[in-house]
Each structure stands twice: as structure tokens, then as C-alpha cells.
Write a protein that binds this ligand. Structure first.
Ligand code: 3PG
Length: 393
């Protein structure tokens, strides 16, 4: 795909879709990685003397101008990071006369941010009128919102029908790292899948089975696989609808010659609570009335050895309830093994990205995706609408 490098931006008005959907608490941004990740593209455009219009969604206001979701805090943060005034006009219409006028009078290097595009109900329906309104503000569309690239919305895809459309540096980088890891991996290639429900990850597992040498399954979804193998799982989380599917995936891995690793021991507790009395047991010995909340020490060692000797690792989903300190050991062990692996390490966004951040190991990874749902769909091998709409090189 073409990138901002492949198009003349000097003196032109460039509208950039970013994913500034950042976590907030009481009106304050709690993690600004999605904003800092957009900086290379924004700074490049400023340096080249483009007139820059930024846009994003925040949360799911569903077409109403709920000020809980205003992008005002993002405008402030952008101002600090860029050390310049950001023009921010907060209006429920997102684009109105005042916005058009301001956009038309921007000078080279100036930056404006539009209000939350989801204040308009047309946005998520990919409404043509809204796409045209956004396109009408600029000469060029740059998509750099990797985290929202799986959505076909007015600001992520529809707008590309009306303007030359290229990718920013973040999308370029995400596609390069996630794409190379999956399509062109140095071997051995190990994928670690975690998280609660098999249902959420079926398509990723199916796609990765075709690519990996080893597939490690941990986290809540492992219990559905144990059930499929006929073990008692006590009160552990079960994705009951997908037991059959788990059995099929086990068979598939076997017939494809993929080494599939499940936990061999786990940490169990009576309640889903950090202070619940916990014990270790082998995975075929889960006592009735107990639930597995983390992997045990033997499994940590097994998984860590596999990860350390890999040349490529893709990790999506924690292997235990790492939000509770007493059940974080397993996820810490996996994160540490990735940090010690000399190969390419790619974190597929969402909870595993949060875990790596929390453990202070983020700078030890080759790439941490800014996408949650988007990186999952990418790993499923799907074509993302926010990328498909961009011009080919
Ligand atoms: C995300 O956080 O995954 C993206 O910003 C997309 O948000 P959405 O799921 O509300 O479309």
C-alpha cells in the first residue's frame, strides 16, 4: 500500500484518521500509547509543511454527543506532545461551518482535531454524506488508525472513496510486523493463545495452525480443551458451546503436525478472587468445586522453554487472571520468556499488551500492536477495510 512517503503533502490539507480510543478514568487519559504511536505520522506531516486535520472516535457514544466521550482530553495531550496549539472545535455535528472555515484557513504545520466522529450516527454506518463531509475538509486522506482498521466506517474507509488515500507510519509498521510474523516467520514459530473464551479465538487458532510450528494454549480457554479431552475441570470457566470445536482443533493440530501445548499443571482456587486460598494441581486432578486461575510452575517452565528457543513468537491473550496478583505468575513467566527470547516477539494487542506494560517489559518486545480486535482479525487472515481502501503502490 502507498504511505505518506509516496504522496506530496507539502502545503496540502491532510486529514488523518487516528485511533485515539484511549482508556480514560474520570476524564483523564490513563494510557496514551495510542496517541504517542501516532506521533511519527503527525510529526512527519508537520515537518513537511502539511496542514493537518486529525480525527478519531473515543468509546461508543452511538451517534449522540455524550460529552463523556469528548476528545478534549486528547486535544490537550496532543498539544503537550507536539508542543503546539491544537485547534479543537467541539461540536455534535463534528463538521460544521466553523470547522470548515478553520480547516480552510489552516497554515502549513498547523494542526486541528475534530470532535469524536462517533458523535454522528452516520459514522459507524459508513454513511456516504458524512464521508463526503469529512473528505470535503482536505486534499488527502491518511489512515493511521490500525486499532480501528477492522471497522468499515465513514472516517476509516468511506472517506477513501473521495480522496487519494494512503497509510500512515503506524499502519505500515503494524502490517509489517504482524504480517511478517505470520506470513514469513523465522522458524521455529511459536504462537501463544490465551484469554477466556475459545469462541473469540477460533478463527485465529485455525489460521495460525497453518503457519506455526508450536501452538501454546493457556488461559481460560484451556479448560474448554481439557473438557474436550475428557478431564474434570471443577468450576473452571467453560465455553460449553465450543467443546466440540476444541476437540476438532486438537485433531487438526495433530494431523497438521503442529505441536500443541496445553498446561500440565495449574493454580486453582475456590473463588474468583485474589485472596481466595489457592493450591497447585496437575491438570487432570482439578478438585470438584475449585477453578483454575493460572498455570502452575511445571507449565511455566514448559512454556518458557518453548518460547525462549523460538525465532518468532506471537502472543495473544494472558495465560492466567493476571489482574489479580496471586494469579499473575504464569503470565509474568510467559512475558519474561518473551523478553529473553532472541527472536522476533510480537504482542497482539489487548490484554497481553496491557500485561507486558504492567510488568515493565514493553521495551523488550519487538512489536506491541495497538490493535485489540483489529490485530485479532489481522491474525485471522482477514482483510481489514481500513487498509483495503488505501491506494496500491
Ligand atoms: C479498539 O479499541 O479496539 C478500537 O478502538 C475499536 O473500537 P470499537 O470496538 O468500539 O470499534
Amino acid at each position: 500500500k502507498k504511505t505518506v512517503r509516496d504522496i506530496e503533502v507539502s502545503g496540502r490539507t491532510v486529514i488523518v484518521r487516528c485511533d485515539f480510543n484511549v482508556p480514560m478514568q474520570d476524564g483523564a487519559i490513563t494510557d496514551d500509547i495510542r496517541i504517542t504511536s501516532a506521533m511519527p505520522t503527525i510529526k512527519y506531516l508537520i515537518e513537511k509543511g502539511a496542514k493537518v486535520i486529525l480525527m478519531s472516535h473515543l468509546g461508543r457514544p452511538e451517534g449522540t454527543a455524550d460529552m463523556k466521550y469528548t476528545l478534549n482530553p486528547v486535544a490537550e495531550r496532543l498539544g503537550q506532545l507536539l508542543n503546539k496549539d491544537i485547534c479543537f472545535i467541539s461540536t455534535p455535528e463534528v463538521v460544521n461551518e466553523e470547522v470548515k472555515e478553520k480547516a480552510g484557513s489552516l497554515k502549513a504545520g498547523e494542526v486541528m482535531l475534530l470532535e469524536n466522529v462517533r458523535f454522528r450516527k452516520e459514522e459507524t454506518k459508513n454513511g456516504t454524506e458524512f464521508s463526503k463531509e469529512l473528505a470535503g475538509l482536505a486534499d488527502i486522506f491518511v489512515n493511521d488508525a490500525f486499532g480501528t482498521a477492522h471497522r468499515a466506517h465513514s472516517s476509516t474507509a468511506g472517506i477513501a472513496d473521495y480522496l487519494p488515500a494512503v497509510s500512515g507510519f503506524l499502519i505500515e509498521k503494524e502490517v509489517q510486523f504482524l504480517g511478517n510474523a505470520v506470513e514469513n516467520p523465522e522458524r521455529p514459530f511459536v504462537a501463544i493463545m490465551g484469554g477466556a473464551k475459545v469462541g473469540d479465538k477460533i478463527l485465529v487458532i485455525e489460521n495460525l495452525l497453518k503457519k506455526v510450528d508450536t501452538l501454546i494454549i493457556g488461559g481460560g480457554m484451556a479448560y474448554t480443551f481439557f473438557k474436550a479431552k475428557g478431564y474434570e475441570i471443577g468450576t473452571s470457566i467453560l465455553d460449553a458451546e465450543n467443546v466440540g470445536l476444541a476437540a476438532e482443533l486438537l485433531k487438526k493440530a495433530d494431523s497438521m503436525g503442529v505441536k500443541l501445548l496445553l498446561p500440565v499443571d495449574i493454580k486453582v482456587a475456590k473463588e474468583f478472587a485474589n485472596d481466595s486460598v489457592a493450591a497447585y494441581c496437575d491438570m487432570d486432578q482439578i478438585p470438584a468445586g475449585m477453578m483454575g486461575l493460572d498455570i502452575g510452575p511445571k507449565t511455566q517452565k514448559l512454556f518458557a522453554e518453548e518460547v525462549r528457543s523460538a525465532k518468532t513468537v506471537v502472543w495473544n491473550g494472558p495465560v492466567g487472571v493476571f489482574e489479580m496478583p496471586n494469579f499473575a505468575e504464569g503470565t509474568i513467566a510467559v512475558a519474561r520468556a518473551l523478553s529473553e527470547c532472541g527472536g522476533i516477539t510480537v504482542i497482539g494487542g489487548g490484554d497481553s499488551a496491557a500485561a507486558v506494560e504492567q510488568f515493565g517489559l514493553a521495551d523488550k518486545m519487538t512489536h506491541i500492536s495497538t490493535g485489540g480486535g483489529a490485530s485479532l482479525e489481522f491474525l485471522e487472515g482477514k482483510i481489514l477495510p481500513g487498509i483495503a481502501c488505501l491506494q496500491e503502490k
